[in-house]
Design a protein around this ligand. Structure first.
Ligand code: BYC
Length: 471
């Protein structure tokens, strides 16, 4: 491997070729990554030619170059957004001081942990989705799945670069372990619970890219504020790619809604049984999937009251998304009114940063719902408006964990909760039905019967373009 031309093999803007030690470390890791990709990445599609975008630089022309690629030959690159001259720490007790180009000793283990947690989610999501290709509703969707997968792979490279470049031997060990933990593995699971849930159908995939990738957006935005400048710059570039993943989720769910409304119109009914018999997803079933994935993703923000997040904020390691949009960047005086199962509580704002992030995340989640509900309303079915579940519903982390709250947030008797859960999240029967819809459609221009075709193709190509050549 020593003859590698890094600017060719691994596109990068971090002058890899001039840092021999870093180059050697990555040379060592790269074949293990490729082995992981072949073993744990998308099954059976490694020889297919996929119409993918690749980032070869961070400027407008270079960040999205399109062409047919076999996935194991994808050029996973390392990119940092351009440096901001004279950048200062924008929040916390060290606000106004110059950002750090190296890891401050006292924050070394915390920063490493944040980077490892972020890094762990990226390969986890690829593992969760590895079987989906077999049941793709169209070649367009199949290509989008693979685009998301290779970019999650690139995001892993981004975190592994930071670990190798700034954390010495510990960092290299962590980079190895990122390939050794696996989603759902009984002995070595992924770090965060949501990333151990299987994604075995495309409705889940659309929900995951809508809700869970959006957590990614919010976590990356908060790390993009970090006083550790290489982390900030890395996350800023990752955010440009993240937008497409959420597009896949938002348009995917939107296309399911559209198709369901067509079927309702065709049959002249809103009877879920008849809609299902016709091979479409009734809106009640879609609502259950939204409830499941939204509540699962809400856990990813951590506890409402968190001394970890308080310390990370005060120390300038992790800010709030869009930190500049707030007035107070120190939060030593402010308080936050928190609703707990015991009643309202006034807590120091510094300890409530996770909750502040969760609130802004939910506002962002509302945007898609408004769009889908407009379509539902226009079709004359306003009574079926889709809703986000309350932050109290089905939580496993934080003050509401284990509380029997309904999707509207009312605490109900445990028996009532348990009896109604089947109305709120997908049952085994629902999942079996959704699975029955998942029949592979892989002819150019064809689409499965449970989802509408997209409005437009990729990169100005027609929808019927052969986005994946299967051979
Ligand atoms: N599951 O003080 P707390 C993405 C642990 S998604 C399991 O509230 P903190 C992507 C916590 O670690 C974005 N454990 O936690 C999307 C802590 O343990 P210790 C991923 C959990 O630190 C789609 C303890 O409970 N990025 O990129 O304030 C596809 C106390 O909790 C969970 C990040 O998450 C959980 N859900 O917040 C691909 C950013 N929640 O320290 C990719 C990096 C909490 O007591 N991570 N715990 O042993 C972080 O910023 C923080 O670690 C967390 C937790 C926000 C996750």
């Amino acid at each position: 491997m020593s003859g590698i031309n890094y600017s060719e093999k691994i596109p990068n803007n971090v002058s890899l070729a001039t840092d021999r030690a870093l180059q050697r470390a990555l040379e060592h890791w790269q074949p293990k990554f490729i082995d992981w990709w072949k073993g744990m990445g998308p099954t059976d599609f490694q020889a297919a030619d996929v119409y993918l975008r690749t980032a070869v630089s961070v400027d407008a022309e270079g960040w999205a170059q399109y062409g047919a690629v076999k996935m194991p030959e994808y050029r996973w690159g390392i990119f940092l957004a351009d440096a901001v001259a004279q950048r200062k720490i924008g929040f916390g007790d060290a606000m106004g001081q110059p950002v750090w180009q190296q890891v401050p000793g006292e924050y070394r283990s915390t920063l490493r942990r944040l980077i490892v947690t972020q890094g762990d989610t990226e390969p986890a999501s690829v593992e969760q989705q590895r079987l989906l290709g077999h049941t793709c509703p169209s070649l367009y969707d199949l290509r989008n799945l693979f685009q998301v997968n290779v970019e999650e792979g690139r995001h892993l490279w981004a975190m592994v670069y930071l670990l190798h470049a700034y954390f010495g031997r510990d960092g290299r060990e962590e980079a190895e372990e990122l390939l050794q933990r696996h989603s759902g593995d009984a002995d070595k699971p992924r770090i965060l619970t949501t990333f151990n849930e299987p994604i075995s159908d495309w409705l889940s995939f659309y929900c995951f890219t809508y809700f869970t990738d959006r957590d990614g957006k919010y976590q990356l935005k908060s790390l993009a504020e970090s006083g550790f400048d290489p982390l900030s710059r890395t996350c800023r570039f990752m955010l440009t790619e993240e937008a497409h993943h959420m597009f896949v989720g938002e348009t995917g769910i939107g296309r399911v809604v559209k198709r369901t409304l067509e079927v309702m119109k065709e049959l002249g009914t809103d009877d879920p049984a008849r809609i299902r018999a016709h091979g479409a997803v009734d809106l009640g079933l879609l609502q259950k999937y939204l409830n499941f994935w939204c509540s699962s993703s809400l856990d990813l923000f951590g506890n409402e009251i968190s001394s970890n997040s308080a310390a990370n904020f005060a120390n300038g390691l992790k800010g709030r998304p869009d930190e500049t949009s707030y007035e107070d960047h120190v939060l030593r005086e402010a308080t936050f009114q928190l609703k707990t199962p015991q009643g309202e509580e006034n807590v120091p704002m510094l300890n409530a940063v996770n909750e502040v992030m969760r609130e802004s995340y939910l506002k962002d989640c509302e945007i898609g719902l408004k769009r889908w509900n407009r379509v539902i309303e226009r079709a004359g079915h306003g009574a079926f408006a889709l809703r986000l579940p309350s932050t109290r519903f089905r939580r496993s982390i934080g003050i509401w964990a284990g509380q029997p709250a309904d999707p509207q947030g009312n605490v109900v008797a445990k028996e009532v909760y348990e009896k109604n859960l089947a109305n709120w999240i997908p049952t085994d029967e629902d999942r079996t039905f959704v699975k029955s819809l998942m029949q592979r459609v892989a002819e150019p221009g064809k689409i499965a019967g449970w989802v509408a075709p997209p409005d437009r193709g990729i990169n100005n190509l027609p929808v019927e373009y052969e986005y994946v050549k299967l051979h």
